[in-house]
Every structure is written in C-alpha cells, then in structure tokens.
Design a protein. Structure first.
Length: 363
C-alpha cells in the first residue's frame, strides 16, 4: 500500500512554519523575525493558534510609526531593491543590522544627523566589533539614499560620517597566504576538501560560491558562473590545477561539483568546521602561521595579480567585483610592496653614488 505524505497548508499569513533538517518544528514572523517556541507551542494546535494571535496583537500595536526609522526600514525591506536585487547573504547581513537598530526604530527621521549617526556607530563599536559598527553605518547610508529616491527622506546624514578607525591591535583580516602556506595546505587536505580549496585558491571564488558551484559551471572551456554576492559574471579558462583536482575528487551523485565525505553537497558550516580542525593541526605543527582564512585566498589571487602588474580593472574582472574599489583594496599590499622595493633599490643606488663622491683624506 502506497501512502502519500499530507502536506499542510500554511494558512497563517505573515508566518513561516516549517520543519528543519532534524525534523523539529520552526516558526517565525517574516517581517519582525519574531520566533515562537515550538517545543512549548506545537504548530497547528489550539495553544499554538492562541500564541500566534497574542503575538499578532502585539505586533499590530508596534507597527512602524510614520516618519520614523522603523518605517523607512519597513518600506526598504518591502522594496524590489531589497527583495530582488540583493543576494540572500546580503539580505541576511542587512537584516542583522535592522535587528540591531530595533531599539531606535521609533526615532523620527528628521532627528537623524551626522552626530546621531556617529553615536550609533560608536555604540555599535562598543557592543560589537568595528567591522559591524562600520557595516551599520553603511546600511544606514544605503536606506537613507533609497529613502531620498522614493521621497521618504530629504538627506543622507550617514554619508557624512566617517567609518570607525581600525584598532591598531587588530590583525589583518583575510590576509594573503604565502606560497609555502598554499603548498602546505594542499598537501595536507583530505580528498573531499581538495577541490573546494582549489576553486578558492585558483579561481578566487567565495567559499559559499565554490561549495555551491553546479557541475554545469565547469567544462573543458573553463569556468562560467556568476558571483552570488554581486551577480557579476565570471569567465575563466580551465586551470590545470583545478582540472587535476576535479579528476582526483571522489566520485559522488551530488548536484554540486563539490561534495563532502558522504557524497552530499557541502554546507558552509560543515566545510568551515573541517577547515578549522585542519588549520588548527597545521598551526600546532608550526607549518603555517595563524590568521589563514578561506576568504584570504581571494586576497591572495588579487595580490599575485597585482604583483604581476595587472591593472585594477582586470583584477576586478577575475574576482567578480562590480567596481574596482575592492580590487584596489585587495591589491594594496602588493602595491605597497612594489613601491617599497623600488624605493629601497633607489635608496641603495643613491648611497653608492654618495660613496663615490666622498673624497678620501690625502686623495
């Protein structure tokens, strides 16, 4: 006898109700992100319905007031720009900032000025890290710019506030890997991790993009894909190290090019956990220095290209950047090294020339 699984219809407007990968119920309000404890209130029971009704009443009372930051965030979050033009990961990052700003969402828009934005940035710096503080400032600038375009605001006060200064004690984020570190890691990788790392190392793919890359994106002609974060197309020839990694990868039936040891598509958290263990072992052995990150491989590719003399436009093209700004950022170390090397060489020549001009006593 064949049984068909009954599919429940989500009749609760505004709520997302589902089972996670472990079979546990999850429920949250789409707009407010308010969560329901499904262990206490089992979905589709009377107690669950009553809890959702209680929360809906509270949310109705807390509707964003007109002319406030909360209203601007709500309008922006409902816009085509947010829902359709941003990558899922970017939307999640923005939502993290919106959640942080909930405490001041009733603040009237006409009260926002550069000093207030600076105070918000500084508060975020105290409570979180400096990168988050600067991200909050950037997101505020984005929504105020959008608000000007659609008539909700007349000014963008965040555009006149500088980012928080990077703490001097903070190590470089996503520093480039050295040649020795790349070879050491490649030699130590288990078979199911070699291909994802090769895609990051030789194609400068974001970790999430490398892990989710479909089989159809790679052919004998090379790589043909788009960067998830920017939507920029990436066309690169097939590098021999990548071809070798594909040929050596364990066979699997996953829809993605890369798969874990069970033959299933990698999750970012799963791969990161495996990478953290391997990195810890190599650091303990002293074969690599602390500070290696998967995103640092993008920085590595940009640095090598800059050292080769490639212009910022070419680097941006390879990395899938929409503008040259990040390419300039990534290649800054190589530019500094090249300038310093040239300056030191010229300095040495100058010292030698000065020696020849010195008249020895009795000469």
């Amino acid at each position: 006898m064949t049984t068909t699984r009954e599919r429940r219809t989500n009749k609760y407007k505004g709520w997302q109700i589902f089972r996670d990968k472990d079979g546990n119920w999850r429920c949250y309000h789409r707009k407010s992100r308010h969560k329901v404890d499904c262990r206490k209130f089992e979905p589709y029971t009377l107690s669950f319905d009553m809890e959702l009704h209680r929360i809906n009443e509270l949310l109705a009372e807390k509707q964003a007031k007109p002319g406030t930051l909360g209203m601007l965030i709500t309008r922006y979050r409902d816009s085509v720009r947010f829902r359709s033009e941003l990558a899922p990961r970017t939307r999640a990052d923005y939502q993290n900032c919106f959640d942080y700003l909930q405490a001041i969402e009733d603040t009237p828009l006409d009260r926002f000025n550069p000093p207030l934005i600076a105070k918000i940035r500084d508060k975020a710096l105290e409570q979180r890290k400096f990168r988050f503080a600067n991200y909050v400032r950037s997101v505020l600038s984005v929504i105020f710019d959008w608000g000007i375009e659609y008539g909700y605001t007349k000014d963008n006060p965040a555009s006149r506030v500088k980012p928080a200064r990077r703490p001097k004690s903070l190590p470089d984020a996503n520093r480039p890997w050295t040649d020795a570190e790349r070879e050491t890691v490649l030699a130590a990788l288990p078979a199911h991790m070699k291909l994802p790392i090769a895609l990051m190392m030789f194609y400068a793919l974001d970790p999430q993009d490398a892990l989710a890359l479909p089989r159809s994106a790679i052919s004998d002609a090379g790589l043909d894909t788009r960067r998830n974060k920017t939507g920029q197309p990436i066309y690169l020839p097939l590098f021999q190290p990548v071809a070798d990694a594909i040929a050596a990868a364990p066979r699997h039936d996953a829809v993605t090019l890369c798969a874990n040891s069970r033959g299933l598509p990698w999750t970012y958290n799963g791969f990161s956990t495996n990478w953290a263990k391997l990195k810890g072992q190599l650091e303990a052995e002293g074969t690599i220095q602390p500070g290696l990150t998967l995103k640092g491989l993008r920085h590595t590719v940009a640095t090598i290209l800059a050292e080769m003399g490639r212009d910022h436009g070419t680097i941006a093209l390879v990395l899938g950047h929409a503008t040259e700004a990040m390419a300039k950022h990534y290649s800054r170390r190589a530019d500094m090294r090249r300038q310093a090397t040239s300056a030191v060489a010229d300095f040495g020549v100058e010292l030698n020339e000065r020696k020849t001009r010195v008249v020895k006593p009795g000469g």
